[in-house]
Design a protein around this ligand. Sequence first.
Ligand code: AMP
Ligand code: MG
Length: 301
Amino acid sequence: MAWKKSSAGLLLAASLCAAPLERFEAVEPHMGTLVRITLFAPDSDTARKGFAAAFERIRRLDETLSDYNPSSELMRLRSGPPAPVSEDLFRVLGAAQALARETRGAFDVTLGAAIRLWREARRNHRLPSEEERRIALQQCGYRFLKLDSRRRTVQILRPGLQLDLGGIAKGFAAGEALSVLRALGLPRALVAVSGDLVIGDPPPDKSGWSVQVDRPLVLHNRAVSTSGDTEQYVEIGGVRYSHIIDPNTGLGLTSRTGVTVLARDGTTADSLATALSVLTPSEGRRIALRHHARVWYTPPQ
Ligand code: AMP
Ligand code: MG
């Protein structure tokens, strides 16, 4: 609320109050899933501009970070000398590599070859042979990816190494979409890219956004991500495997534990939720603490 001083020297509330805010919601398909944006704006025109700019940011990020699109910036990277990359790609790879070091490779975006082999297994309902997994895992390893922040370059040291940002890009994109909305003066917003939520300022007259993740929470200026096998899994020989793979075996996880992470930004929440699915709960809690994040484990249903 704005205030102005009257001639009598009294403070009076000015009638310059902003128009009451209304709630708007829009959904679009991006990054192989649905993106839902909810925001508060003074009118539908302002809301429409906000949606258009935020979805456009996500569309552009998908062009950069997608591992499904062979012409994305990510997929054009090859082994060889250091290659300059965009700021967006460098930021995501920087966060991914930091977490890879911290988790000693439990979270690893260089697992592309093993992830592709596993996707094929999910499609064909057939486990890859030990030999196929060994060959795929030979082409993986975060130590074969070097970043130079001064030059903003990326170097792939192992031929055949493939990158996959499926465990981190959605949270990053949700955070970037919220930043776009903030820059347009629409900070009271929530961006959900599938199970990765980034939450801005609270709705008018509320202390936060009510979200139902593993449990009901009221949040603002936080991010929440959930990883697990409730939606994406395959059953082979009576065993249920997750789409998250164990870097030691090249097979999908079978622990069936769901992980929900509450963190201060989307990139952290998304990547931690994937990483903590691989690690034991005691290792996971220790790492979450270091990131000032909270974690909940859901036992198998
Ligand atoms: P999320 O749904 O965020 O947990 O991410 C799952 C996706 O991350 C998978 O579909 C793969 O693309 C990728 N992924 C699988 N296993 C790993 C892993 N151990 N480390 C990093 N990314 C992984
Ligand atoms: Mg994730």
